[in-house]
Write a protein that binds this ligand. Structure first.
Ligand SMILES: NC(=O)C1=CN([C@@H]2O[C@H](COP(=O)(O)OP(=O)(O)OC[C@H]3O[C@@H](n4cnc5c(N)ncnc54)[C@H](O)[C@@H]3O)[C@@H](O)[C@H]2O)C=CC1
Ligand SMILES: O=C(O)[C@H]1O[C@H](OP(=O)(O)OP(=O)(O)OC[C@H]2O[C@@H](n3ccc(=O)[nH]c3=O)[C@H](O)[C@@H]2O)[C@H](O)[C@@H](O)[C@@H]1O
Length: 440
């Protein structure tokens, strides 16, 4: 089929590339000229494992195209996918300005009957509004149907998730449209769940909110484990063996970041608030997460009287491994605070440094390796569990002024750190090391 995808961010580009991989002829549209130029030259504007290869392959097969021109991009499209951003507004609600603009673009430039498919995460009721805006501005006499098709991919494994997802959700009030988009998706071989539009929109928010709740829950348990000498990893494993609980998303750490959990939890609180419902549980989840992002700072401040002039190494800046995405990364809160306290901060990330430079303080110093960041520092903080960081030779910490590692992602075994003689603090895993055990 002929498909247009509007927006080529993490979701739009991955969607476009994967739809072309299963045989569709896909045109991706973006208003960002620099991005489109890059993609036309076969270069992915984002870091996502496997994406570049699949992109090049389908460009060469003549079934993947990029343009800034909406009319050209929509030409002959059986379906137009909306995959633009829905960022957080100041009050926490989702900003629909990009989605609304795309609805107007569609109304003006679509020239044949089209099914509009919303991939962007949008508040309940938005797809009905999208249809209204398109109908109200429609230039040509064509039929428009809408399908809510929320996206569940994770950054860092987006391609893998697209081909091996647990479900594809399609919400529509048009049987014809739902069937057409079901047909479009058949090639993924992923179970398809069809429902009404509003339930599909809610499935997306409810899923993200539930996953965020699991994370805040295990982080609260970790904080208690710290105080009662239990090990949260063993606790999570024991809990996860119960199939009703499941073993995923029970990794304690310094909270969730990224472009979605923080904004989608707040948006759902707003969605509930708009119908006079106080979503108390989710408010707690958000509050716990804010507290958790500051955990390493609390541990560091307990350890030093003052951070003035201290050299602190920060390993990992992205919000999670295998992505260059820095949106809502814990590193933002942590490095800003360290710098405010007068510390000199030396950061290292294998991939996200360029994006970090646009978001973090000008006072940050960026190093090209773990070794360079750590050498001569008073403390090392671990923020992102990149494989390269998890598998670093522990001897590297001996090049610090004093080997103190505060790990927000539980990267190392307590026994190993003890064996090497490193003062090691992690999350929810108390250590029995005494001062004499450390290398001084
Ligand atoms: N990033 C993720 O992992 C996931 C994101 N989502 C949701 O998907 C949506 C998109 O998210 P991202 O891909 O992260 O966004 P993004 O911010 O990375 O990309 C959005 C793209 O849309 C383009 N754009 C904006 N207005 C446009 C217009 N009128 N015409 C053409 N292009 C336009 C922008 O230039 C940008 O390249 C959001 O609603 C998000 O909540 C859902 C699941 C996963
Ligand atoms: O709507 C979205 O944008 C996406 O949001 C998340 O995907 P993503 O944000 O890419 O990454 P996750 O792997 O879910 O991690 C999110 C955050 O939670 C943290 N996390 C995750 C899992 C865990 O057990 N513990 C934990 O602290 C990660 O470090 C990261 O900061 C969801 O997992 C996707 O299903 C969803 O499509």
């Amino acid at each position: 089929m002929n498909i247009s995808v509007v927006g080529t961010g993490y979701v739009g580009l991955v969607t476009g590339v994967c739809l072309s991989e299963i045989g569709h002829r896909v045109t991706c549209i973006d208003i960002d000229e620099a991005k489109v130029e890059k993609m036309n030259n076969g270069i992915s504007p984002i870091y996502e494992p496997g994406l570049s290869e699949l992109m090049t392959k389908n460009i060469e097969k003549d079934r993947l195209f990029f343009t800034t021109d909406h009319a050209n991009g929509f030409y002959n499209a059986d379906a137009v996918y909306i995959a633009v951003g829905t960022p957080e507004k100041e009050d926490g609600s989702a900003d629909m300005k990009f989605v609304k603009q795309v609805a107007i673009d569609i109304a003006i430039d679509v020239s044949k009957d089209t099914v509009v498919v919303t991939k962007s995460t949008v508040p309940v009721g938005t797809n009905d509004k999208i249809k209204e805006v398109i109908q109200a501005n429609l230039v040509n006499n064509v039929r428009i149907d809408v399908v809510s098709n929320p996206e569940f991919l994770k950054e860092g494994s987006a391609i893998e998730d697209s081909f091996n997802g647990d479900r594809i959700v399609l919400g529509s009030d048009s049987e014809y449209a739902a069937n057409l988009i079901e047909e479009v998706n058949k090639g993924f071989g992923v179970p398809i769940y069809k429902t009404d539009i509003r339930s599909a929109e809610m499935i997306k928010y409810a899923s993200n909110a539930f996953l965020a709740t699991k994370i805040s829950f295990i982080n609260e348990i970790a904080n208690i484990c710290d105080r009662v000498n239990a090990n949260v990893e063993d606790v999570a494993k024991g809990m996860g063996m119960d199939k009703r609980i499941g073993d995923k998303f029970l990794k304690a750490g310094i909270g969730y970041g990224g472009s979605c959990f923080p904004k989608d939890t707040k948006a759902l609180i707003q969605i509930a608030g708009n119908v006079e419902y106080d979503f108390e549980l989710l408010k707690g989840v958000v509050k716990v997460n804010q507290k958790q992002q500051a955990l390493l700072l609390d541990k560091l401040n307990e350890r030093f009287d003052s951070l003035e002039g201290k050299r602190i190494a920060v390993l990992g800046l992205a919000f999670k491994p295998n992505t260059d995405d820095m949106r809502e990364a814990a590193s933002i809160v942590i490095t800003n605070n360290l710098i405010e306290q007068g510390a000199e901060v030396f950061g290292y990330d294998p991939i996200a440094t360029d994006n970090a430079k646009t978001l973090l303080s000008d006072k940050m110093v960026y190093e090209g390796s773990v070794e360079a960041a750590v050498e001569g520092s008073d403390a090392t903080l671990i923020i992102t569990e990149w494989d390269e960081i998890k598998h670093v030779n522990l001897e590297v910490f001996r090049s610090m002024k004093y080997p103190l590692v505060i790990d927000g992602r539980n990267c190392f075994s307590l026994d190993k750190m003890k064996e090497v003689g490193i003062e090691y603090h992690s999350v929810g895993r108390p250590t029995d090391m005494k001062k004499k055990d450390y290398i001084l």
